[in-house]
Design a protein around this ligand. Structure first.
Ligand code: PEP
Length: 258
């Protein structure tokens, strides 16, 4: 059974939004608003082209930076791709296996697994995304799908130091149809947490588990109130500083009281 609670975390996935100038402006606003905000890690994940600008903007603050994807090779003939060695020194996190990558760009569990291993080997913290589709949920397979994605994504991994896992039901992403906290907690405390524990023993208790899918300032407290949810991966509501900061504040508050 888990014994320690991971540090709460709120990560913003900006997806393919913001010009480089807008990204720096948004990052600076988050940096200023986060000043003095303790008890939660804040991670900004802008498009590749803005990673350096955002990293410069938040330098010296507690705000951290992540990429939205990464290739598993370090260099070579992979047009359009970005490698772990390129990200090293620019950002500390990388989102891997997001459902948009899986659905729109054909990423398989095997590919996600290679990327997760490469990130861990290069000291970049992977935010591994898992989650079932509506069809999988309606056919009663949500728990199995999530457990399988966790096992496949982490196949061959021995040391999970730095790992973050985000449960993002595909039907809840960008739809406004957020999973109820109970549905999220059932998966995160069950299929997700149990699978991690069975694979990695006590080390699994150190892994922050984020819920993602239409999180906003109005619903975040209900997720943060769940013991098995340590924070959130936020899409739409991370594109403006104030709602995103409010999500971070409410998460820190809920977690400090638990
Ligand atoms: C996401 O893209 O990871 C996400 C959770 O998006 P949204 O918050 O917009 O549903």
């Amino acid at each position: 059974m888990p014994t320690a609670m991971p540090r709460p975390m709120v990560a913003g996935n900006w997806k393919m939004n913001t010009t480089p100038a807008e990204a720096v402006q948004l990052a600076a606003a988050v940096r200023d608003g986060a000043d003095g905000l303790a008890g939660v890690d804040i991670v900004l994940c802008p498009p590749y082209i803005s990673l350096q600008g955002v990293a410069d903007a938040v330098k010296g603050s507690a705000v951290k930076v992540g990429a939205q994807n990464m290739h598993f090779e370090t260099s070579g003939a992979f047009t359009g791709e970005v490698s772990p060695t390129m990200l090293q020194g620019v950002c500390g996190y990388v989102i891997l296996g997001h459902s948009e990558r899986r659905q729109l760009f054909g990423e398989t569990d095997d590919l996600v697994n290679r990327k997760v291993k490469a990130a861990l080997e290069h000291g970049i913290k992977p935010i591994l995304c898992v989650g079932e589709t509506l069809e999988q949920r309606e056919s009663g397979r949500a728990l199995d799908i999530v457990a399988q994605q966790v096992r496949a994504g982490l196949a061959g991994v021995d040391d999970i130091t730095g790992l973050v896992v985000a449960y993002e039901p595909v039907w809840a992403i960008g739809t406004g149809q957020a999973a109820t906290p109970e549905v999220a907690a059932e998966i995160m405390g069950g299929a997700l947490g149990d699978t991690l524990s069975s694979l990695f023993g006590p080390a699994a208790a150190e892994v922050p588990l984020l819920y993602g899918g239409s999180v906003n300032p109005g619903n975040v407290e209900s997720y943060a109130a769940q013991d098995s949810i340590h924070g959130s991966l936020v899409g739409g509501a991370s594109l403006q500083a104030e709602p995103f900061l409010e999500i971070a504040r409410l998460t820190a508050q809920a977690k400090s009281g638990s």
